[in-house]
Ligand binder design. Structure first.
Ligand code: NAD
Length: 303
């Protein structure tokens, strides 16, 4: 089994211009690893490449051949977008892009693919990796389709590991995500919009632990499917309260109808992560909200 913690590993990271990808690439480069970073979006230090574009396939294959480890984070996240265009974009960027990557990656190279806690759907207790998967919406279904491609590859002998991150939080979080929206609202005095109910609960994962989890998969040689979550769901009401305390402002809170594609509760069972990757993600909500708020660009003030 592949096992390596050497800083001289050469990593290929897709989705490198994104939230999680940006953190992973920065951390790997800071620890002396060589990183080939690719994304469709332009970003400094990142090669432009569209995984779903057949014209880019030869270059992708070349990068895969040169890599000691591949981390596939490119994708179209976000559960709320609806309609045929959103569906087509998810098929392209979540399913087709994963298929293309798996087509060209050599058998000897370990691959980590980001799926999502959304594949579980509703739960009443901690979700374990072997549980039945019943995604509630199209995003979760697209991630499940991508997982099935990974499983097929694994059964054919490739070292493909699926990680299922639970709502990832931290600096430079995507602006469409709840904490980022709420911090921005609190800073600008606009209402904090909450979907569904303040009683909904989310298992949150510090982006630093997602990076650690991905690194541990490669270092330990683990091959399989593993949750990356803290195992401690937090009420949306507590998250809102923490944002207000950290930012120091109390705008109105507006609860809007929730969408059927969002679970009332997400909750990671962390035992496999602990047993195989040697740690359990931990979450200090006030400090992660503080980090996230401090990293936000100051709001432009018009005179
Ligand atoms: P992000 O949108 O910030 O980053 C994704 C990146 O992938 C973007 O920079 C985008 O340009 C790139 N991309 C999309 N399609 C591409 C293509 N065809 N070719 C090349 N690049 C492409 O998202 P993120 O929050 O960093 O999430 C990264 C991955 O983790 C995604 O697969 C997402 O579904 C998964 N995930 C994220 C979370 C979370 O809470 N952020 C939770 C669970 C799973």
């Amino acid at each position: 089994m592949f096992s390596n913690s050497s800083p001289s590993l050469r990593w290929l990271v897709t989705g490198a211009a994104g939230f999680i990808g940006g953190h992973l690439v920065a951390e790997l480069r800071a620890s002396g690893c060589q990183v080939m970073a690719v994304d469709r979006r332009p970003s400094p230090g990142v090669e432009r490449l569209d995984l779903a574009d057949p014209a880019d396939l030869p270059r992708l294959a070349e990068l895969c051949r040169r890599a000691d480890a591949v981390v596939h984070l490119a994708g179209r996240p976000g559960v709320r977008e609806r309609g045929p265009q959103a569906r087509a974009a998810r098929r392209r960027d979540n399913v087709l892009a994963t298929a293309r990557l798996l087509e060209v990656v050599p058998k000897a190279v370990p691959v980590v693919v980001a799926s999502s806690s959304s594949v579980y759907g509703s739960c009443v207790g901690p979700s374990r990796e072997g549980d039945p998967l019943r995604p509630l919406g199209d995003y979760g279904r697209s991630k499940l389709e991508a997982e099935m491609l990974c499983v097929a590859c694994r059964e054919a002998g490739w070292a493909v590991t699926v990680v299922r991150p639970f709502t990832v939080v931290g600096e430079r979080q995507r602006p469409d995500m709840a904490l980022a929206r709420w911090i921005e609202a609190a800073r600008t005095g606009r209402p904090i919009r909450v979907f569904g109910s303040l009683e909904r609960r989310r298992d949150l994962t510090d982006v630093r632990d997602v990076v650690l989890g991905i690194r541990r998969v490669i270092e330990t040689g683990f091959v399989g499917t593993v949750n990356l979550g803290s195992g401690r769901p937090i009420r949306l009401g507590e998250m809102v309260e923490t944002v207000m305390e950290v930012v120091g402002s109390r705008p109105p809170v507006v609860v809007e109808p929730g969408s059927a594609v969002e679970a009332d509760l997400t909750w990671a069972d962390t035992s496999l992560c602990e047993a195989e990757l040697g740690f359990v993600p931990s979450l200090d909500l006030p400090s992660v909200v503080r980090r996230q708020a401090e990293a936000c660009r100051p709001v432009a003030v018009s005179s």
